[in-house]
Design a protein around this ligand. Structure first.
Ligand SMILES: Cc1cc2nc3c(=O)[nH]c(=O)nc-3n(C[C@H](O)[C@H](O)[C@H](O)COP(=O)(O)OP(=O)(O)OC[C@H]3O[C@@H](n4cnc5c(N)ncnc54)[C@H](O)[C@@H]3O)c2cc1C
Length: 469
């Protein structure tokens, strides 16, 4: 192979996994630079937390780089000294749920191994990319790096502050970015806390408050008031749906099918999680069989339900939520925020619970946990903003990230594929569908690595879901 330089922008899990796959698949002469401002790779938003209450949300045995030996992270953690230091990581069913930072450390270690033991030259450049013109990446410190190919691996912007809370911006009572280090440092033990959003980040926040010995009331609210479901306890064989059955390629058609499958599983004394897990494994094919209209329909009507069944929480975190709800310290409402005002007694929130009359709550702290503002991704970063303003890239039509083709190449404002700029990871999920959890992100990183190197995949194609009748 002649000399080639691939620059990966963003060294969270995706960018680091991609670099490792390039090192495994590439040859001497290939240079891979990961531009990432954090001191350690593979942290990103998900694995940079050092709060011991934040755990991975699937068993460690399922967290791996694509193509790895199964259970490799689980074994690494059990053999590490941190295993003894964190007895709570081991759940009663034998599954391990380590603190999230441990996973970042493991992936970073793999990057360092690949750096030492492969012919490909891997570099972590501690900097931030701020511009890309004619194949030259400019960084915040003024460096310029010529690249044959650039891969954007930037996925999670901070949550967007709801419009009604805009007037509280900068107020000491508003915690707008829950992912900032020490985000909860200003919360006093008896503070009344309101949390907007009831998904995984909310679960992290409640687990952190509990660990801090919080005693004040916590009110969680979101439009549907749905909480992430618990993980499956115990060991089960995968249950595979029959994808050859005729299947209507619509959001409603799949909803009916899933309900039927869950019923059938229950009749066999099997948990619903097995059905959802198989749908998730085939999520990319199902998604791509839907028209844009049906994808929009899914996002509008079914996404809140899909999210809580698909993104589950570690049993340790589930137990905390359950305990605090049972004691009355934590209440969860399906409600809309109508108004917010800073008063001398605290922040006064006016909530409109579903099917009921508006009610007032006065709290000391408001935490925004509405999840990454993916619709605003292109505006959240100087480099992405420049590329979008110049029409080099564009947002996808579902406002989930960046518009790409089936090869993960970016599309210009005119819809033309750019064979020199790729997207890896969740920012490409409008095209591919299920591309958020580790297994799918790792597989996508491997697929992009193959694409970049022109290496064909040896993996056999999964069974395609049945076509619409
Ligand atoms: C809070 C949270 C918890 C999760 N927990 C789990 C879990 O337990 N299990 C699971 O399977 N999945 C989990 N996920 C999902 C999954 O692991 C993530 O989607 C995945 O880690 C995506 O990471 P990423 O590298 O694509 O993006 P990001 O985490 O967004 O990382 C992007 C990186 O790019 C860098 N960057 C940004 N802009 C620039 C720039 N201009 N120049 C250079 N660098 C830049 C940032 O510093 C960052 O490190 C979680 C997701 C989140 C958000």
């Amino acid at each position: 192979m002649s000399d080639k330089h691939i620059v990966i922008i963003g060294g969270g899990f995706t960018g680091t996994a991609l670099a490792i796959h390039l090192a495994r698949l590439g040859h001497a002469g290939l240079n891979v630079t990961v531009i990432e401002p954090r001191p350690q790779l593979a942290q990103g938003v998900a694995y940079s937390t050092d709060d011991p209450a934040h755990r991975i949300n699937v068993p460690a045995s399922r967290m791996q780089l694509a193509g790895d030996e199964e259970g490799v992270f689980d074994r690494w953690f059990r053999a590490s000294s941190d295993f003894n230091a964190d007895p709570d990581a081991l759940w009663s069913d034998g599954n391990l749920y380590p603190q999230r930072g441990q996973f970042g450390r493991w992936v970073n270690e793999r990057f360092n191994q690949a750096k030492q033991h492969t012919a490909v030259k891997l570099t972590h450049l501690r900097d931030r990319a701020v511009a890309l013109h004619n194949g030259v990446v400019t960084t915040a410190s003024g460096g310029e790096y010529r690249a044959d190919e650039v891969v954007l691996a930037i996925s999670h912007p901070p949550p967007e502050v709801p419009r009604i809370l805009n007037m509280l911006r900068g107020h000491a009572s508003l915690i707008a970015d829950p992912w900032q280090r020490d985000a909860l440092a200003s919360v006093n033990i008896d503070d009344r806390v309101a949390i907007i959003g009831s998904g995984l980040t909310m679960s992290d926040m409640v687990a952190s408050l509990h660990r801090q010995g919080h005693r004040g009331n916590i009110t969680v609210f979101s439009r549907h008031g749905l909480l992430p479901r618990n993980n499956l306890s115990g060991i089960y064989e995968n249950r595979t749906l029959d994808y050859c059955q005729p299947q209507q390629a619509s959001a409603r058609g799949w909803l009916r099918r899933v309900r039927r499958e869950v019923k059938q599983a229950a009749a066999e004394n099997l948990p619903w999680q097995l059905v959802l897990d198989d749908i998730r494994r085939h999520g990319q094919q199902i998604w791509q069989s839907l028209s844009l209209k049906e994808q929009r329909r899914f996002l509008r009507h079914l996404r809140p339900w899909w999210d809580v069944h698909r993104y589950r929480i570690a049993p340790q975190v589930h137990a905390v939520l359950h305990q605090l709800q049972a004691s009355g310290q934590l209440s969860v409402l399906a409600a809309r925020l109508l108004a917010a005002a800073a008063t001398d007694k605290g922040i006064q929130l006016t909530l409109q619970p579903r099917g009921s009359i508006p009610e007032e709550r006065v709290v000391d702290k408001v935490i925004v946990t509405t999840g990454p503002a993916h619709g605003a991704l292109l505006n959240s970063d100087a480099l992405l903003r420049q590329l979008a303003q110049e029409g080099v890239i564009q947002a996808d039509p579902l406002a989930l990230g960046i518009h790409v083709n089936a090869l993960s190449q970016t599309l210009t404002a005119q819809g033309k594929a750019n064979p020199h700029i790729y997207v890896a990871g969740p920012a490409a999920r409008a095209r591919f569908g299920e591309l958020m959890g580790l297994p799918q992100v790792a597989e996508h990183a491997e697929a992009v690595a193959r694409q970049l190197l022109g290496v064909t995949s040896s993996a056999s194609c999964a069974q395609a879901p049945g076509a619409a009748p």
